[in-house]
Write a protein that binds this ligand. Structure first.
Ligand SMILES: [Zn+2]
Length: 389
């Protein structure tokens, strides 16, 4: 065998064993040989190497069908860690994640109104701190970016929220920390989290819609994230849904983001509160008020939130018609409105697409918590570096 081929086969076999232990821990060497199709000798050598490097440990003995009971090996979840940084406009949330996707430590850095290049300095400081907090060797860093991101060249093409344009981020971070750096668009991270750790890991096709301060979606097709030719797949927030509508932050008018974000809902509720008929009532409503009023069925909040749901449904109907994906999952702050909000979305999808397609479409809220983006970014690093999970 040629040297390169031998090396490739060796790496492939190590990943196969690691993945099998990951899925079936605890497991004996004999069962590993059966599950992977590798010889007992190869398994012994690989398991020995993985124990030496700290990935696996012997955890006791299994039951025997006669003869000496087999020793079981298990994955050490905290054998390695990944740093994940979620770059939200108001704060950077940075976490250490183990091999099972559990967050071991996290910290928040307020951005305090910083924008542009200054934020890179804050990110470096945050990662520096995490490197010193790590309890295990690090295998890589995942950076979640709200905006159009080119992960291959490691460049943030455009983030309106952070005010970054054509910013080379991967290369300077790689040089600074000597670790592999992965840039992941936020909605793509949400889709990967749902596909890897959520309820939908069995669905090869999946659309995850993020609805909150902004709107975008991540699309999984045949078990793989669909990036698009320019890495902008799923940027539905700037589809025009209102002719001659309001001015959007992108410079166009009538975008989905002008009518269906949390800001748009708040504006609609506040406009009613500011109307002469409502004068004299104390204070302007805040987001928490909208949630409470919607839950109690109050008219203004219900109208504003359901209107946003209908605009989202209008856009999702296009996705359903073009891609025929059966599972749509919502993440972001709109999930707090629960089933009544989803019903407004569903109704509009039904109204605007073929009955058969809409009938087969399941629209639900995520079961993952707010740390879903960090999980998605960790999945990118783990799968590329180690073939997990
Ligand atoms: Zn726009």
């Amino acid at each position: 065998m040629e040297k390169a081929t031998r090396q490739f086969t060796k790496v492939h076999n190590i990943r196969l064993v690691l993945k099998t232990v990951y899925d079936k821990s605890p497991i004996s060497r004999a069962d590993l040989a059966r599950a992977t199709g590798l010889t007992r000798a190869t398994i012994s050598e690989i398991v020995g190497g993985l124990i030496e490097r700290g990935f696996l440990e012997e955890v006791g003995v299994g039951s025997s069908a006669g003869g000496k009971p087999p020793i079981l090996v298990s994955l050490r979840a905290n054998a390695r860690q990944v740093i994940c940084a979620d770059l939200k406009p108001d704060e950077f949330e940075v976490a250490l994640v183990d091999l099972r996707g559990s967050i071991r430590y996290r910290r928040r850095w307020p951005t305090a109104g910083m924008r542009g290049e200054a934020l890179v300095g804050l990110l470096v400081e945050a990662i520096d701190q995490m490197v010193s907090e790590a309890e295990a060797p690090l295998i890589g860093i995942g950076v979640i970016v709200p905006g159009l991101t080119d992960p291959l060249n490691g460049i943030v093409r455009r983030s309106v929220q952070l005010d970054w344009s054509d910013l080379a981020l991967k290369q300077p971070l790689e040089a600074r920390f000597e670790l592999p750096i992965y840039l992941v668009n936020d909605s793509h991270a949400a889709a990967l989290a749902e596909y890897t750790f959520g309820e939908h890991s069995q669905n090869p096709n999946l659309i995850v819609v993020r609805a909150g301060d902004g709107i975008s979606c991540g699309i999984i097709l045949s078990g793989r994230l669909h990036h698009g030719d320019g890495f902008g797949a799923g940027e539905i927030g700037h589809l025009t849904v209102v002719e001659d509508g309001r001015l959007c932050s992108c410079g166009k008018t009538g975008c989905l983001e002008t009518v269906a974000t949390s800001r748009a809902v708040l504006r609609a509720v506040r406009e009613v509160a500011a109307a002469p008929a409502s004068q004299g009532r104390p204070g302007m409503p805040r987001w928490g008020d909208v949630l409470r009023r919607y839950a109690s069925g109050e008219e203004t909040a219900t109208a504003a939130v359901n209107q946003a749901g209908r605009y989202l449904g209008f856009s999702i109907a296009s996705l359903v018609s073009i891609l025929n994906v059966d599972h749509i999952v919502f993440t972001g702050s709109f999930t707090a409105f629960g089933e009544p909000f989803l019903n407004a979305v569903r109704e509009e999808v039904r109204r605007r697409s073929l009955a058969k397609l809409a009938g087969d479409t399941r629209i639900s809220n995520t079961v993952l918590g707010p740390e879903n983006l960090i999980l998605g970014a960790s999945a990118v690093v783990l799968s590329t570096e180690l073939g997990l999970p």
